[in-house]
Design a protein. Structure first.
Length: 488
């Protein structure tokens, strides 16, 4: 009979190592999977009414996911939904999907969809199409929407005029609060937002904008002019979209009025439009900082030849810049022949300068993009980067100096009897190159902005190429200073 005590002593409790589990992510995946299965079941029934009923019951974001996962049914999904929901789905789809849907829809459905789209979203879609396609689609619009669309397309590209919508609620200063409520009930349904009500005069000039809560808290007989503070912030129709984004952030507004040169109210721009602009500007800046032209369309949707043209121009410019590096090396050919050991540190020197320049350039571009730095503050930036460059260069210079000394103690024949002078040359060169890199990287974006160019074109590769060439001049000049009459 087994000894129960020995069994108990030999028993080891079973331990289970439970890893953290993301139940929220699993729930979302199951929900999407279930929705997909339900959609496939409804489609298999070939019942148009059932499909329409199913789609109209789903959230807009869920329908977008369905379209992205069922690209063969994209046009069917849009046509099956009520037109207002179809419009809400269409305007947040990727451009490539939007184009495909328009190609597949019959003309009557295309006309219905385009006329239902908000003017700003319709303009945003049309401006990405070829001119011939724009002419054909504009013909499908009703006279009023066609007039609005043509007017918006007539504004400069990337201007506020391309973003604004004419759907807003306006009142007059002599109106009472009760009359304002009537106006909102009458026109608010088709307005982009009723969070802000705009006050104009008989000539259509903007006088003020008043938040809806101010009307709610006021008595019905109170006049609009009694609520006005005339501290209105407005955008000009020709303002750059990036400038408008900055104004939104500085004033913390959900919508801003758009006026012409005579202060006449033309439309409004809402925060959702600014979010799209901010996303596009961020993508464009990232592409420019990576050393390529802005793509302006999804990577996978861009024709290969067009993608090649976007990338080759900057590569050629950077390659020609790097050719100067070879020229500098050739200029110091005799010095290198006399002291071959100098060539060992060339990659170290130019990479340190390029890295510091790229780092400074990225910091300044980002700070300018969020409004932390303006051109007028260039002197403050310069002073900070001089101090930063000296501090950073000193740290790297000490590391470079120690590296030469330590390696000499390990391999005495590697740098020869004058290793200490070589160590000083390398250390001082690193201070100079890193300082020059930080100054170049910080000042170049500000100079480009002052000249009216996009600061992001002073991308990391561009700054690195510039510093590579000048860094070699600094390095060999410093080496000549320390080793003249000894190795050189």
């Amino acid at each position: 009979m087994p000894n129960i005590n020995s069994f108990a002593n030999s028993y080891k409790p079973l331990t289970i190592n439970l890893k953290p589990f993301n139940f929220a992510a699993m729930s979302l995946e199951l929900e999407i999977s279930n929705l997909q299965e339900q959609f496939e079941q409804v489609i298999s029934q070939h019942d148009t009414l059932a499909v329409a009923e199913f789609l109209n019951e789903q959230n807009i974001s869920d329908v977008v996911d369905l379209i992205n996962n069922n690209l063969d049914y994209e046009a069917l999904i849009i046509t099956s939904m009520s037109i207002n929901r179809a419009s809400a789905v269409f305007k947040i789809l990727d451009l490539s999907t939007q184009k495909q849907i328009i190609k597949e829809l019959p003309p009557n459905k295309t006309a219905e969809l385009l006329n239902e789209l908000p003017p700003d979203d319709r303009t945003d879609f049309l401006e990405e199409l070829p001119k011939a396609a724009i002419r054909d689609l504009i013909k499908l619009l009703n006279p009023e929407e066609r007039k609005i669309t043509l007017a918006m397309l007539g504004y400069p590209e990337d201007s506020v005029g391309r973003l604004m919508t004419p759907d807003y609620v306006y009142v007059y200063a002599h109106n009472t609060v009760a009359e304002v409520y009537e106006t909102i009930r009458k026109f608010g349904k088709h307005s982009e937002t009723t969070d802000v009500i705009y006050v104009i005069n008989q000539q259509g000039e903007l006088l003020d904008d008043i938040r809806i809560r101010d009307f709610i808290l006021a008595t019905p007989d109170k006049l609009v002019e009694d609520l006005m503070d005339e501290r209105v912030v407005a955008l000009n129709v020709n303002d750059d979209q990036e400038h408008a984004n900055t104004v939104f952030k500085m004033n913390n507004r959900m919508a801003l009025p758009v006026t012409d040169g005579h202060n006449k109210l033309l439309g409004i721009v809402t925060i959702d439009d600014m979010l799209w602009v901010a996303n596009e500007e961020f993508s464009e800046d990232m592409q420019l900082m990576g050393g390529t032209e802005a793509l302006n369309e999804p990577y996978l949707d861009m024709p290969l030849l067009k993608l090649f043209r976007k990338r080759i121009s900057w590569l050629v410019v950077l390659f020609l810049g790097e050719l100067l590096t070879a020229s500098v090396m050739g200029y110091f050919e005799h010095e290198i022949e006399k002291a071959v050991v100098l060539a060992l540190f060339v990659p170290l020197i130019i990479s340190s300068g390029g890295n510091s320049g790229s780092q400074a350039s990225t910091l300044i571009i980002q700070a300018m993009a969020v409004g932390e730095i303006t051109i007028s503050q260039w002197w403050r930036v310069l002073r900070r980067e001089i101090i930063s460059g000296i501090m950073l260069g000193t740290v790297l210079g000490i590391i470079g100096f120690v590296r030469v000394v330590v390696w000499h103690s390990i391999a005495p024949n590697l740098y020869g009897d004058h290793y200490m002078l070589i160590a000083f040359a390398v250390g001082c060169s690193l201070i100079g190159v890193v300082l020059w890199g930080t100054l170049s990287g910080s000042m170049l974006p500000l100079i480009l902005k002052r000249l009216g160019a996009d600061p992001a074109v002073s991308s990391a590769p561009f700054v690195a190429t510039l510093v590579d060439v000048t860094g070699l001049l600094i390095y060999f000049s410093m080496a000549y200073l320390f080793l003249k009459g000894i190795l050189l």
